[in-house]
Design a protein around this ligand. Structure first.
Ligand code: UD1
Length: 430
């Protein structure tokens, strides 16, 4: 199994191109099931989760054509992928394919909308909490679907004549359930109004793509989304928005190691809350053409408290990385996790590097230390694993991160991007 070896201590200097967002690419790819025409997505990141979803979509009958290109530094990592689903050949998403990635469960929305039925295995994914599917079930039921759980699968059936538009307010904000309900409602009869919808930029990106395909969606990006059903959708061409979590991760890495890096192909407005927290920690951030520049030249890292919240709050997907940054702050900070109940698995690994963190319920108290020291650590989930990498960059000596397949799910060419900025990071194949 691959491991990552990091020799800490170097400042980061240079340019990091930001990839397309994993969390936007996945639902956008799934949207290809809604039409028999070709959906072309640009700026699709090359990640294990994307590859897995390609397999899943192939199983449903989606024809996939990938155009690799490396024309210029600006989009060196992006791929353009054409998805064509003339007919859905299978409405079952089997356990073997769905269990490794939670987002693959989302095919339930388009399958149900287009074919009137779906049999989808209950999901898997990162072990960061129980992550039930009750909101998906309630939302699709509101559109008239019959939902039954049977042998680890959900059998969903639309009423004769298809799903029916409805007014439904989620009792809790869910990104995935918002994506699914929005996709399902595009082909429903009548108008759907989703209340307490997720406001994440990835939801807006999906809505923009669906609208380009002929859907009639308004209000995406606010907590009320209105979808006027149409009888069919057509193909479209859409560019996946930049990955705000990757962006924030590298910004925090620079804030931690010191240095001066331009994050390219990204947009500061996608992560204002996190940018504010990084600024308060002592780094400077300034917008530049097509991205922003983050720098810290000496000076201390100041302690900053954060609480994770649905967008536009501080993202749970940057919580572990920010905690990594805070391990070296001069003073005590607190990080409170409100989205997932079990998202502190990085704490014991950061402690192996010398961090002083105590947990009390959903809040971590971090007492900054002057130095972290390299150690052997284990990646436990996608975002936790990258927090160990950035802590390793700022630690003295060698850090070895094992189980790096977690990183490969969500960070495109991590070692290359960091090495180009002067870090010593290498993948070792055992
Ligand atoms: C998405 C992101 C993930 C991010 C998360 C929260 C993707 C591919 N993944 O995951 O990176 O960490 O949003 O920003 O975009 N919940 C229920 N019942 C449900 C569904 C969810 O109780 O039916 C709960 C979850 O357990 C969790 C909370 O709602 O506590 C938010 O989860 P949700 O927004 O659905 O996360 P995902 O869409 O799975």
């Amino acid at each position: 199994m691959d491991r990552i070896r990091i020799v800490g201590g170097n400042e980061l200097k240079g340019i990091i191109p930001i990839s397309g967002a994993k969390n936007a690419a996945l639902p956008l790819m799934i949207a290809s099931l809604l039409t028999s025409d070709t959906l072309t997505l640009e700026n699709v990141p090359h990640l294990a989760d994307v590859e897995q979803l390609l397999r899943i979509l192939g199983n449903h009958g989606v024809d996939i054509a990938v155009n690799g290109r490396r024309e210029s530094q600006r989009d060196a990592y992006s791929r353009t992928i054409h998805f064509t689903c003339r007919t859905i050949v299978d409405t079952t998403a089997p356990y073997e394919l769905v269990s490794t990635m939670r987002a693959s469960f989302w095919v339930i929305g388009p399958l149900l909308a287009r074919e009137g039925k779906a049999r989808v295995s209950l999901p898997g994914g990162c072990a960061i909490g129980t992550r039930p599917v009750d909101l998906f079930i309630d939302g699709l039921q509101a559109l008239g679907a019959t939902m039954e759980i049977d042998g680890g699968y959900i059998n969903a059936t639309a009423p004769k004549g298809g799903l029916i538009g409805a007014r439904y307010t989620f009792p809790k904000v869910s990104v995935g359930a918002t994506h699914v309900m929005m996709m399902a409602a595009t082909l429903a009869r009548g108008t759907t109004v989703i209340g307490n919808a997720a406001r994440e930029p990835e939801v807006s990106d999906l809505a923009a793509c669906l609208n380009a395909m002929g859907a009639k969606i308004t209000g995406a990006g606010t907590s009320t989304i209105t979808i006027e059903g149409v009888s069919s959708l057509s193909g479209a061409r859409h560019r996946v928005l930049p990955d705000r979590i990757e962006t924030g991760t590298y910004a925090m890495a620079v804030a931690m190691t010191g240095g001066d890096v331009v994050l390219e192909n990204t947009d500061i407005s996608l992560l204002e809350n996190a940018v504010e927290a990084i600024r308060r920690s002592g780094a400077t951030i300034e917008p530049v053409e097509g991205g922003f520049r983050v720098a810290r030249h000496g000076g201390v890292i100041r302690p900053v408290d954060v609480v994770t919240e649905p967008y536009p709050g501080f993202p749970t997907d940057l919580q572990a990385q920010f905690m990594g940054l805070m391990t070296r702050a001069q003073g005590v900070s607190h990080v409170t996790e409100t989205i997932f109940e079990n998202r502190f698995m990085h704490v014991q690994e950061l402690a192996r590097l010398g961090a002083k963190i105590t947990l009390s319920g959903q809040t971590a108290r971090i007492e900054g230390v002057e130095k972290l020291r390299g150690a052997q650590v284990m990646a436990t989930d996608l975002r936790a694993s990258v927090s160990l990498v950035i802590a390793g960059l700022a630690a003295e000596g060698e850090t070895w991160v094992s189980r790096v397949y977690h990183l490969d799910r969500g960070f495109e060419r991590l070692e290359e991007k960091l090495t180009n900025c002067g870090a010593i990071v290498e993948r070792v194949r055992d």
